[in-house]
Design a protein around this ligand. Structure first.
Ligand code: B4P
Length: 191
């Protein structure tokens, strides 16, 4: 199964992807994690990405697509995957379709986690206190939310038009949200 997990920053994408991975045994491919690994490695690409991430903006499509293509070529991705944080704009969605069409492996399920802005700000403030991620400052989070509304929200319609979109509510506990996701995935596994 090839799943795309979408939602605003703080909607619980990364959190829920980790639970889905456990349940379905698919690799979890997070472009945020791939970028943070590049930053931690101190490569030239990582240095460029860090400046952009710290402003709350999207890293260039070329950089992210390069990282993603490399990751999707690994053996463990051949039997399906969960993509977390990608695509983040229409150009990325089209590039992903082109890449997966070449492999004969289209997206099966695009899962959108819906959440209101107030909860996002609270959750990320909590993570900032616990983990100190450099893009979790209040100003950057606000910018990430604006970027999400302008560039990423249209991707939801893109998948709706392709008939693969499901939506779940992201409020409530981590377990409650996961139960909703599990119900959707179960339903579609039986299709
Ligand atoms: P990401 O790493 O994708 O960061 P994110 O949107 O904040 O999501 P994340 O998965 O980390 O958080 P989650 O909602 O699970 O991206 C970071 C940056 O990388 C972007 O701003 C951008 O610059 C760059 N980037 C990434 N992908 C890109 C792409 N494709 N193109 C260009 N640039 C890209 O969780 C947030 C917090 O909420 C956690 O602390 C969690 O514990 C908590 N939480 C989750 N569920 C909860 C619940 N039900 N109740 C209470 N708390 C909950």
């Amino acid at each position: 199964m090839r799943i795309v997990l979408m939602g605003a920053p703080g909607s619980g994408k990364g959190t829920q992807a980790a639970l889905i991975v456990k349940e379905l045994g698919l690799p979890h491919i997070s472009t945020g994690d791939l970028l943070r690994a590049a930053v931690a490695a101190g490569s030239e690409l990582g240095k460029q990405a860090k400046a952009v991430m710290d402003r709350g903006e999207l890293v260039s499509d070329d950089i992210v697509l390069g990282l993603l293509e490399e990751r999707l070529a690994a053996d463990d991705a051949a039997g399906g995957f969960i993509l977390d944080g990608f695509p983040r704009n229409i150009a990325q969605a089209e590039a992903l379709d082109a890449l997966l069409d070449r492999l004969g492996q289209p997206v099966d399920e695009a899962l959108q986690i819906d959440i209101d802005e107030e909860q996002v700000v609270k959750r990320i403030a909590k993570r900032a206190a616990l983990e100190g991620r450099s893009d979790d400052t209040e100003e950057t989070v606000r910018n990430r939310l604006n970027v999400y509304a302008e560039q990423t929200a249209p991707v939801v319609d893109y998948y709706a038009q392709r008939g693969v979109l499901s939506r779940v509510l992201g409020d409530g506990s981590i377990e409650e949200v996961f139960e909703r996701i599990r119900a959707v995935l179960q339903l579609h596994a039986d299709d």
